[in-house]
Design a protein around this ligand. Structure first.
Ligand SMILES: *[C@@H]1O[C@H](CO)[C@@H](O)[C@H](O)[C@H]1NC(C)=O
Ligand SMILES: *[C@@H]1O[C@H](CO)[C@@H](O)[C@H](O)[C@H]1NC(C)=O
Ligand SMILES: *[C@@H]1O[C@H](CO)[C@@H](O)[C@H](O)[C@H]1NC(C)=O
Ligand SMILES: *[C@@H]1O[C@H](CO)[C@@H](O)[C@H](O)[C@H]1NC(C)=O
Ligand SMILES: *[C@@H]1O[C@H](CO)[C@@H](O)[C@H](O)[C@H]1NC(C)=O
Ligand SMILES: *[C@@H]1O[C@H](CO)[C@@H](O)[C@H](O)[C@H]1NC(C)=O
Ligand SMILES: *[C@@H]1O[C@H](CO)[C@@H](O)[C@H](O)[C@H]1NC(C)=O
Ligand SMILES: *[C@@H]1O[C@H](CO)[C@@H](O)[C@H](O)[C@H]1NC(C)=O
Length: 819
């Protein structure tokens, strides 16, 4: 009563002098600007807010106890309230919750008539209107999602109440009105999620399936997350549920069309754990019928599902990268009795289910028969191994992806003419070579659009919390990704590393890397380590740090430096590597005294080792990586002078067509950069080949490419090598300190290979596996085609060039402007 009086009082005077927190809105209490409705355990809060710098006011819900206010639901997104209006949220006498400005109602819950209702905000963030007579929920905000999903919400359709649950993005950060992006459920066939831009599908999730996530910890097995797929006549829906409600998460469709997965970290705030869609292969139906998108191939994204049994409909177009014809069967189907059977493809992202039929209680055998008996049935599968679903496709299969083994793909059985049955199945190679990105995608797509991701989140949360228990993390991550090599690097506690490096003493400093100092350390087990510490000032360093963790922990090769673990505590971000007693290659080849220690045999071994490391990065690793900053100071040497490529801060996993990756920010080191990269920002495995060529010539000659030309008139280093080569005087190039030990055919071969690698046109440069064959003398050496690049004509202008060099792996950031 008293409160009602106060509110009345404040209604009379527009300037409010009193604000309140309510737990219920009833016929005797209401909410006005500044007041909030708070959930029982104070997790969520409802109130009025102004988005960004807008002066308009909206009624919304956000997490209460965290300082960053992110609105997860908006009531009046279509009807902004101008600044000066008087606002009241109250229960009307018809039992609805109404938002009034001045005297008119501009928004209301569409609840059915009820004389006596109250509104409450539940602890899961659901605003509910409850009929006090029947105690039934007559309206809930969870039925009207805006741009955000929080645990407990559903996506899908309710046929009984004729409702659709979907997300639509805001228009902008200032305007919560529905923008151009939506994400909802396609229920034409078996349900799956589609992300659309103004009605056009841009990205597709996978056919729904139930998954339960468990995490093993010291106390035994514990369910940490699940999604709940419901498919029946009344409802088609998927909800996500977290075992531990104190872990705060949200999934937001942002106004640039990305679905972002966020998790609240006590110390770090909202952290983005994932976002979709990612790369080219995520584009909806990019390869058309029976095509599969493949980011590991260097030349094209699309291949036919099975090159033995399918061919591009139009071979010429296909070769030009025009995939819209898709693929067709080599042997057309005739559908005569007994002339057809099914071939199983495994690890597949099941095709678009728009044109499918399904039954929720059929064995796979029954499903097989059903499909076989209908000539228009092209394939069948069970999309959800927790139940007996039979799913039949009645069109050509669209938007398929062959996924890496263990990547969460499923089996699909595709109809074939019997004459095509006996040839061997899909090429193994394609499946084996996974990319971490794909795996994540798979994890994500594995269950609608959420599912497994929750477990990734939870690991993430856990990792942040118990940083001293690295093994458990590994196991959890491992289980969730289902891929053995996919372990995250072990975590070290900051204290351990501080102790190991005598508190980062200057005495232990090995050098300065691109994103901070590098220290030597000694773990208790007397293991020597090198520690890179991200400087707290460097924001650029953070990206490089993440890059390095992502890449190097997934790579294993004897010519790549090995990461032992990492540490992220508070502001501190550290990377721990195996210690390389001989530091980096540049400290040998460019140093008069040290260079005596590198005889020809060692040099040639180093050249070959680097080449093998690169073949691994470019072709054999699951990630397929372009290093982008290959140079002498990034080649570390172990005690036996074996080379190890280090510093993946600038590396990129390549997304397909090798000559088409490009970047606006050209980073790398001048002297090692290929012309197309320095001038146009185009990078490819061939830009690494260029850097490798420079490196070879440096190793042979003991001279730096960068800094060679001291005056305008002097030739640059590569021109110099080129002229010696042309005059048949290559041997003069060799570093005097190894001249005695040298083996002329190997030297000549190395120089020839070096020059082939630095040719101006990327297409003229060999790839790294041919380089290896050439170095081994197993392949005839072609002549370099023309004067190499960076010729005397000064084509580029270098600005902000920093000449500092570091030992122990580092990055010089150089910007180059084209003229
Ligand atoms: C409500 O009244 C105020 C003051 O008279 C006015 O400025 C405001 O525009 C009105 N709001 C609406 C939505 O009409
Ligand atoms: C509304 O419900 C409350 C709680 O059940 C009750 O105390 C109140 O008398 C009811 N009011 C009317 C008008 O029925
Ligand atoms: C799953 O959803 C159905 C239908 O919405 C519901 O009845 C059931 O309780 C849910 N299960 C869980 C574990 O939430
Ligand atoms: C849930 O998470 C909180 C921390 O957010 C933790 O303290 C609690 O132990 C967890 N509960 C369970 C059952 O895991
Ligand atoms: C939307 O999400 C993507 C992916 O996380 C991000 O790159 C982009 O900046 C986001 N856009 C906005 C407006 O937040
Ligand atoms: C198809 O062939 C099988 C045996 O080969 C026979 O039993 C069956 O009746 C045939 N069906 C039709 C429709 O001809
Ligand atoms: C599934 O089908 C079998 C027989 O085909 C039947 O016995 C069983 O009750 C069905 N289950 C459900 C859940 O309908
Ligand atoms: C085959 O399936 C299609 C699509 O469901 C259906 O329209 C057609 O009647 C079926 N034909 C037979 C012979 O069952």
């Amino acid at each position: 009563m008293e409160r009602a009086a106060i509110i009345l009082f404040s209604l009379l005077f527009v300037h409010q002098s009193y604000t309140a927190e309510l737990d219920t809105i009833s016929d005797s209490s209401f909410l006005t600007y500044g007041d909030t409705l708070v959930s029982a355990t104070r997790i969520f809060e409802l109130g009025f807010f102004k988005p960004g710098s807008s002066e308009n006011r909206y009624l919304g819900i956000w997490h209460k106890n965290i300082p960053v206010r992110i609105v997860v639901w908006v009531a009046n997104r279509h009807r902004p309230l101008p600044g000066a209006s008087l606002l009241v949220l109250k229960i009307t006498n018809r039992g609805t919750l109404g938002l009034f400005t001045n005297a008119s109602m501009i928004w209301s819950s569409k609840s059915t008539t009820s004389r006596n209702a109250t509104a409450k905000l539940r602890d899961n963030g659901n605003l509910v209107v409850v009929d006090q007579d029947t105690k039934q929920v007559v309206w809930q905000s969870f039925d009207y999602p805006t741009d955000t999903f929080i645990p407990g919400m559903k996506i899908g359709r309710d046929y009984l109440r004729n409702k659709e649950w979907h997300l639509s993005s805001w228009k902008s950060s200032q305007d919560p009105a529905p923008g151009e992006w939506t994400m909802g459920t396609d229920t034409h066939g078996y349900p799956e999620v589609k992300l659309k831009q103004e009605g056009v599908v841009k990205f597709r999730g996978r056919p729904w399936r139930n998954i339960l996530f468990t995490s093993v910890d010291s106390s035994g097995e514990e369910v940490i997350g699940t999604n709940n797929v419901t498919i029946n006549n009344g409802e088609v829906s998927d909800a996500y549920i977290l075992g531990n409600s104190s872990v705060l998460t949200r999934i937001t469709l942002n106004y640039s069309g990305y679905l972002e997965f966020w998790v609240w970290m006590e110390n770090d705030g909202w952290e983005l754990s994932d976002s979709y869609p990612r790369k080219a292969c995520d584009a909806y139906n990019i390869c058309y019928s029976y095509g599969t998108c493949n980011i590991y191939k260097t030349r094209q994204y699309c291949t036919c599902l099975d090159e033995k049994r399918f061919v591009p409909k139009n071979q010429k177009d296909w070769e030009r990268g025009e995939w819209s014809g898709g693929c067709i069967r080599r042997t057309p189907l005739e559908c005569k009795n007994g002339s057809e059977e099914f071939i199983k493809y495994s690890n597949v992202k099941l095709p678009d289910t728009e044109n499918t039929w399904y039954n929720m209680n059929m064995t796979l055998e029954e499903c097989h028969t059903k499909c076989l008996n209908n000539c228009t049935c092209m394939a069948y599968a069970n999309p959800d191994n927790t139940r007996r679903v039979c799913l039949l496709w009645f069109n050509d299969l669209l938007d398929i992806q062959v996924l890496p083994e263990g990547g969460g793909g499923l089996d699909i059985l595709v109809r074939m003419d019997s004459s095509d049955l006996d040839s061997p199945s899909i090429s193994k190679q394609k499946q084996g070579e996974a990319s971490i990105r794909i795996i994540l995608l798979v994890i994500f797509l594995g269950v609608l659009f959420i599912g497994l991701n929750i477990s990734t989140w939870l690991c993430y949360v856990r990792r942040k919390r118990n940083q001293s228990e690295p093994t458990e993390e590994g196991e959890i991550l491992n289980a969730s990704k289902g891929q053995e090599e996919d372990m995250d690097p072990p975590l070290f506690s900051f204290t351990t590393i501080a102790n190991a490096t005598a508190n980062f003493s200057l005495k232990n400093k090995l050098g300065e890397g691109g994103f901070g100092p590098v220290y030597k350390g000694m773990l208790e087990e007397r293991q020597e380590i090198a520690v890179k510490r991200l400087s707290k000032k460097s924001s650029q360093g953070l990206d490089e740090f993440k890059n390095e963790v992502i890449f190097i922990s997934k790579l294993q090769h004897r010519n790549l430096v090995k990461i032992l673990g990492c540490c992220t505590e508070g502001d501190e971000k550290l990377l721990i590597y195996e210690y390389m007693p001989n530091k980096s290659l540049d400290s040998f080849i460019f140093d008069k005294a040290q260079s005596m220690l590198l005889d020809w045999t060692k040099r040639f071994n180093i050249i070959k080792g680097i080449a093998r490391g690169l073949v691994y990065l470019h072709q054999d690793s699951r990630l397929r990586i372009i290093h982008r900053d290959l140079k002498a100071s990034n080649i570390l040497l172990d005690q036996d002078m074996n080379p190890k490529i280090s510093d993946f801060g600038l590396a990129r996993s390549f997304g397909g067509n090798e000559t088409q990756s490009s970047t606006e920010k050209v980073v790398g080191t001048y002297g090692y950069m290929s012309p197309e990269y320095a001038l146009e920002g185009l990078f490819s495995i061939k830009s690494d080949v260029f850097s490798f060529g420079v490196l070879v010539l440096e190793i042979v000659s003991g001279k730096r490419n960068r800094g060679f030309a001291r005056s305008e008139n002097e030739h640059n280093f590569i021109d110099h090598v080129w002229s010696l080569y042309n005059e048949g005087r290559s041997m003069e190039l060799i570093d005097s300190s190894c001249a005695e030990s040298c083996h002329p055919p190997e030297v000549i071969r190395s120089i020839n290979v070096g020059l082939l690698c630095v040719q101006h046109h990327a297409g003229d440069r060999p790839n790294m596996s041919s380089v290896i064959l050439m170095l081994d003398g197993e392949r005839e050496l072609p002549q370099p085609k023309q004067q190499p690049s960076f010729s005397t004509k000064s084509q580029i202008h270098v600005s902000n060039f920093s000449s500092s060099t570091y030992t122990g792996g580092s990055t010089n950031i150089t910007r180059i402007d084209a003229r």
